[in-house]
Design a protein around this ligand. Structure first.
Ligand SMILES: Nc1ncnc2c1ncn2[C@@H]1O[C@H](COP(=O)(O)OP(=O)(O)OP(=O)(O)O)[C@@H](O)[C@H]1O
Ligand SMILES: [Mg+2]
Length: 300
């Protein structure tokens, strides 16, 4: 897809090499090309150190690519205009602790030149959306990690951005907290269907439930960019079937539903007893993070 109005993030062959002193270099991102279509929820998935934050910081204009180019909503990065389309949630949001949640949103709204009734209405809407109305007048100092994350999402949404970029929105949360933020992102997508959401995570479950497509990074390189269904197909295709015959139990690993059906028919004809069938979701996660590319990646 060529960069156009339907593309909110366009990354063209971007690399980032860090100079780490004594003439040493470290590769953050290596020859990355990616197009994020408008209005979609796209996940940037990869293990620690795979280049997720580096990619996001380059889109934000905080880091300058060593090579390649990027546009945001059709505008070259970095530029004031490209930045103006984005609502950003950093990896570890930090806020002035002495402010209440509400006054913090007022403060950040002021920085975005929002004032008066428009700002007041926006803050009311956002406090409801992120479910923080009950703590709006409490100091941020007393907020839990999950509450801080919710407030940070509200802050990212202040100026009604067309593009939301969240760097590890579920990081540092326990499983229930993660689920909570997943629910919130789904809600943001429902409430603001026009907005494109691009967020990073190293946990497959986070992205498979929320995203239409997933970009998988490994050691700074794009391994796959495909629809979530493509990822889930791989998962569904791996089955372990335990059968019993002549008082011995044997486990057979099968790839694909067709193979499974054929095997089950054979087993039935031979009078084998099927003891159990399982599909392994961990195998997908392991497969994704292995060195080889596991998916061809249907282009969007
Ligand atoms: N400022 C920097 N100086 C030197 N190397 C860096 C710098 N920032 C990132 N890197 C290196 O670039 C690579 C990618 O880092 P990055 O922070 O983008 O990964 P990540 O996918 O966001 O990881 P995590 O899941 O831990 O947040 C790593 O090897 C990291 O050490
Ligand atoms: Mg990171």
């Amino acid at each position: 897809m060529k960069p156009n109005e339907q593309t909110d993030i366009s990354i063209q062959n971007v690399s980032k090499i860090f100079r780490t002193g004594f003439g040493l270099k470290k590769t953050g991102v290596n020859g990355l090309s990616l197009e994020v279509p408008r209005g979609q929820v796209v996940g940037l998935l990869g293990p620690n150190g795979s280049g997720k934050s580096t990619t996001i910081k380059m889109i934000m204009g905080f880091l300058k690519p060593t090579a390649g180019s990027m546009t945001v909503c059709g505008h070259a990065v970095p530029s004031k205009i490209s930045r103006s389309f984005i609502g950003y949630l950093p990896e570890n949001p930090r806020f002035p602790k002495f402010l209440s949640g509400k006054s913090l949103l007022q403060f950040y709204g002021g920085l975005l030149s929002l004032r008066g009734k428009a700002l007041a209405h926006r803050i009311e809407f956002l406090l409801d959306l992120v479910n923080l109305r009950w703590a709006a007048n409490e100091k941020v100092q007393g907020y839990s990690k999950g509450m801080t994350q919710r407030l940070a999402i509200a802050q990212a949404l202040l100026n009604e951005p067309r593009l939301l970029i969240f760097d590890e929105p579920m990081s540092g949360l326990d499983p229930l907290g993660r689920k909570d933020i997943r629910k919130l992102i789904a809600e943001v997508h429902r409430e603001l269907p026009e907005a494109t959401i691009f967020f990073s995570s190293h946990i497959l479950e986070d992205v498979e439930q929320l995203c239409s497509s997933v970009a998988l990074l490994k050691k700074g390189r794009l391994k796959t960019f495909c629809k979530v269904e493509e990822l889930l197909k791989v998962e569904a295709q791996r089955f372990d079937v335990a059968v019993k015959h002549d008082s011995t139990t044997e486990t057979k690993s099968l790839t694909g539903t067709q193979e499974l059906v054929t095997f089950l028919n054979e087993a039935k004809n031979k009078g084998y007893l099927v003891m159990g069938i399982s599909s392994h979701r961990t195998s997908l996660e392991e497969a994704l993070f292995k060195d080889e590319t596991v998916l061809s990646g249907a282009p969007l």
